[in-house]
Unconditional design. Structure first.
Length: 628
């Protein structure tokens, strides 16, 4: 962070408070972690900054202004009345990772945080980034999925959803479809998606309407007004539209908001609703001094949470299983109401059209998104958003995007025009499906602007291992090293390493690992398993966890000197298993039930190639000893 005279976090974002923060000395490793623990009543803020006028030692500079405060809006404290602030967290004793984890866990507990039972994936149209949103576009992409075995049949955490973003409606604030884009309406659209075995998702702005929308014209009293009685207007650059804002404290406006949700899920039959809450953050919550609510006893945060609860009530009362997810919510006030939230990384217009080094390019966006990894499955489920894998990115950068999204542990969708996506890139994306749902640890995140080592622990009933992403964010060849102890492995044992994308056995390592000559703007995805004295599974090329999904059981039978495995490829594509064979063993015979197979023996790796199938496959490889 650059420290300059006048620096202040208060001015970093115009439409969202800073609820928490940390100060970290990279040399001494000392840290101060601070923030509010609840977000139920007050619009809270943290401000840190630097001013030369406050600096005692003029030869040095650093943070010399630090405050935590509430915006009390128009609240007047009456005689004898007590007002309480939201509780505050300060930690200057714990190591930074532990302190941050403790803070997040306390917030989750005090805010009664909720998250999704499981992550999901699918195709997501994001406005007009790459292709026009219309019925033909949706059907064309849904049909593509059903024709490609790497994505079909549909599986949990796989390509389950077809999601329509904003742009389907004639007016924001109403449920009437644009007749040119969706001439048969939105119920028909959901039926077409369901007929293809997929689930239907749709995005709305629940608390906004355009000034010319029927609801605005017929019920202006539903809208937020200022102290002069004028409707509050905001302009949202993301959707290039001007909005007026519904007052979620108004009883009749509440019923209208909920009636829209009921129609979408109960009448139209949608399985997922994504609510875009950005405009509300840019409206009353950005400039709260001159907004008059119907229930003026409520603060802006209480009105915000009330509005989201209206949506949650309808979803939970429906007899159907429906997911409510959000994007661009004011992060902390949504905890305990929203099960998932999307931040900013997956914005297709940015990822599709911006270069690697741009201010809003992928390299910087992924760093910002990674700073929220600790929230996943603690305060809610993170939504990584939709990723773009087409030719707007060279293949090496596309692999970086795929790997980072997989290791995020969050919801990941694809936003390309699938009918134009190269088969190679589609196949690469399929290797992260079904999504794993667990988040990698970022090693040295607080010491490195762009963390290079992302460590995911894979735990199964038959074995435990590490999947480690090694990212070269630079524009030059780079050697990247790390200590095995840093990813939780013993320095006194030997470990085997296999690289997933290249299907390459890297070698045997102790204590330290160095990967040489990593190309610029690229990633290596390593599988690290403890070395043993008998043949063992090293990796697969089926799924990025390299055994966490597709291997149902495996192990060594000492009495018969046989490696045994039960395998199922959820996508039914061809695949390979890689078995590490110690020096004093050699493969002697093999049996495979469930599909055709071939093998290649290239010491010390015995590679088994399996023909495409979704059948349960039973493998046994008998080994002979060459010594002892």
């Amino acid at each position: 962070m650059d420290i300059y005279d006048g620096f202040s976090t208060e001015s970093l974002t115009a439409d969202e408070s800073q609820y928490d923060g940390l100060l970290y000395d990279t040399e001494s490793k000392r840290s101060l972690i601070f923030g509010f623990l609840t977000f139920k009543k007050w619009w809270s803020a943290v401000n840190i900054g630097y001013s030369t006028s406050l600096q005692v030692d003029k030869d040095s500079r650093g943070i010399n202004h630090w405050s935590l405060y509430h915006k009390c809006e128009n609240k007047v404290c009456k005689v004898g009345e007590e007002l309480f602030s939201e509780p505050v967290y300060l930690n200057f004793s714990s190591p930074i990772e532990e302190g941050q984890k403790l803070y997040t866990q306390l917030v989750a507990k005090l805010m009664d945080a909720i998250s999704l039972d499981a992550v999901y994936s699918g195709w997501l149209h994001w406005r007009n980034a790459l292709q026009e949103l219309k019925a033909d576009t949706v059907i064309r992409n849904a049909d593509w999925i059903t024709r490609h075995p790497e994505f079909y049949p549909i599986m949990p955490k796989g390509m389950e959803y077809i999601q329509l973003d904003l742009g389907w409606q004639k007016w924001y604030g109403c449920n009437e479809a644009d007749p040119e884009r969706f001439p048969n309406g939105m119920k028909w659209m959901a039926e077409q998606i369901h007929a293809r075995g997929l689930k239907a998702g749709i995005c709305i702005v629940p608390f906004c309407a355009t000034p010319d929308a029927p609801i605005t014209q017929s019920h202006p009293e539903y809208m937020l007004h200022d102290s002069e009685g004028e409707m509050v207007h905001v302009f949202d650059q993301e959707v290039d539209a001007e909005f007026v804002l519904l007052d979620s404290s108004h009883p009749e406006a509440q019923e209208y908001i909920q009636s829209r949700i009921r129609q979408i899920i109960d009448d139209w039959g949608y399985d997922l609703i994504k609510v875009d809450l950005l405009s509300y953050a840019r409206g009353p919550d950005a400039d709260i001094a001159d907004v008059v609510y119907y229930d003026n006893s409520l603060t802006s945060i209480e009105v915000y949470r009330l509005g989201i609860n209206l949506l949650k009530e309808v979803i939970e009362s429906s007899p159907r299983e429906v997911i409510l997810t959000s994007c661009c919510a004011c992060n902390s006030p949504g905890i305990g109401i929203l099960r998932s939230n999307y931040s900013s990384v997956g914005h297709l217009r940015r990822l599709a059209n911006q270069f690697w080094e741009d201010k809003i390019g992928f390299k910087r966006l992924i760093r910002a998104w990674a700073s929220r990894f600790h929230l996943n499955n603690t305060v809610w489920t993170n939504d990584f958003g939709a990723i773009i894998l087409g030719n707007s990115h060279p293949l090496n950068e596309a692999l970086v995007i795929i790997t980072a999204s997989a290791l995020s542990g969050g919801i990941v969708s694809i936003g390309d025009d699938l009918t134009k996506l190269e088969s190679e890139r589609a196949a690469l994306f399929s290797k992260i499906l079904p999504l794993y749902g667990e988040t990698a640890e970022l090693i040295e995140f607080y010491n490195d602007d762009y963390p290079q080592i992302w460590n995911l622990k894979v735990n199964t009933s038959f074995d435990n291992w590490n999947v480690v992403g090694i990212f070269n964010w630079s524009d030059e060849l780079q050697d990247i090293s790390f200590e095995l102890e840093r990813i939780g492995l013993s320095s006194s044992k030997s470990f085997l390493i296999h690289e997933f994308w290249s299907k390459e056995y890297i070698g045997e390592f102790q204590q330290n690992v160095t990967i040489f000559d990593i190309p610029p703007r690229s990633v290596k995805l390593l599988c690290i398993r403890e070395m043993g004295d008998v043949p063992k599974l090293l990796s697969t090329d089926t799924h990025f966890t390299q055994g966490g999904i597709e291997i149902l059981s495996e192990g060594w039978d000492a009495s018969s000197q046989t490696f045994l495995a039960v395998y199922r490829n959820p996508r039914g594509s061809g695949s390979s298993l890689f078995i590490y064979v110690p020096d004093d063993y050699v493969p002697a015979s093999m049996a495979c039930f469930g599909t055709e197979y071939s093998f290649q023996w290239n010491q010390p790796i015995h590679r088994i190639n399996l023909a495409p199938t979704t059948n349960l496959v039973n493998l046994s490889v008998h080994f002979g000893k060459t010594s002892g």
